[in-house]
Design a protein around this ligand. Sequence first.
Ligand code: PLP
Length: 451
Amino acid sequence: MSFDDKLFDYTLKAAKEFEDGLASNPVVPTSEALDNIKLFDQPMPIAKTKAIDVIKMLNEIGSPATTLTRSGRFFGFVVGGTLPVSVASSWLTSTWDQNSSLTVLGYVNAKLEQVAQKWIVEMLELPTGTAVGFVTGATMAGFTSLCAARTRIYNNLGYDLKTGGLRNAPKIRFILSEDIHSTNIRALNYMGYGTDEFEYVPVDEDGRIIVDQIPKLDNNCIMLIQAGNINSGAFDDFKTICALAKKAGAWVHVDGAFGGWIKVSPTRKHLADGMELADSWSIDCHKWLNVPYDSAIAICRDREAMMEAFTITASYLTTDGERIPNNFTPELSRRARGIDVWAALKHLGKEGFGELIDRCCDHASNFSKELEKMGFTIMNDVVINQAVFCLNDNDDQRLKEIMDKVAESGKAWFGPTHWQGRDVYRISVSSHETTSADIDVALEAIKEAMA
Ligand SMILES: Cc1ncc(COP(=O)(O)O)c(C=O)c1O
């Protein structure tokens, strides 16, 4: 069956309209648009529906009901926008429908994962030979890296997890930042470890590990630290922590879901000095690299440990090609998300990517300064793209009312957070779309809401 021009022309037009509306449409859907979502509640159709009618329904009900996280005026969570080049690469590769598990099923993906791997390793100043696995998000990137970590630790202790299983395994000690992102705990839970087994290290007011409170490490330790605290954007002291770990033979994993990319910034890369001394890293691509969901990378210095954790064999699985893509990820079949990463990097270049990162950080800093003039307190040291704010009078209920009004206006959106024992709000500037004009619109919306 050949592609139906009308279907694809319509879809392209709908996508363009969506794109054109990013600058002016409400950041959150109207209540009417949200109400219309219930029109999807239909019984399973018995008869066929024409493809174009399905897409029309999706567009007419769905497009107005999207949260414009892609907009330059969305400052919630840490979500990132998406670069048009990666939307386009994602369309084309979906059309190819390549299975990215094996080289023979996707020659282009296999090559471009390899190219992107090389570029990423160089950009992050990691040793040649460092392995990169292309996974769905930082949660899975953490899982993937930590699976490699435990493989190495168990091997060092003379234990084969694959045959012996977790129940008979020697104890691994997990040393975690008290403020580690909860998805790392989720990953460890998936791997069969419980929170009672974890040793937490206290953090300072910006969420950085207090290094002299790190317990004595040994060679059965995996330590989890951060490049970019989810609230403050703060970085752990990589140099000191990695030196301690190296001496003890412990493995250090860095959750750098967004902050890991700071190494690309010409002006702020010093914040991550020593990050390259760790053993593994998890970084999202759907955040600061601005590629479409879902996309992240698990990076491991110890290529063999990663491959040992994930390589599978079966009678029908081929082992051709220089680098078998599924040897570095938990999944076998998966989409060619590495191609979107390659497209974004090829398009931006290191300079453009660094400029994108710096621009977001500058916006966060300017935004914070303007908020301070308006009667807000910035609760963190704004080192990158993240700021946490409250009202000067500490009236957190009024703050919520103001931010609810801002959200209702559709002009901008900010996410709540719990920080230093308070219910306050957060700014994250992670989209290439955000301009100074967007910051002005957001500030104006806050002023109106305060009035
Ligand atoms: C620091 C940090 N780690 C992990 C995650 C989880 O990432 P994902 O939702 O892509 O799995 C996030 C998401 O916000 C994060 O900010």
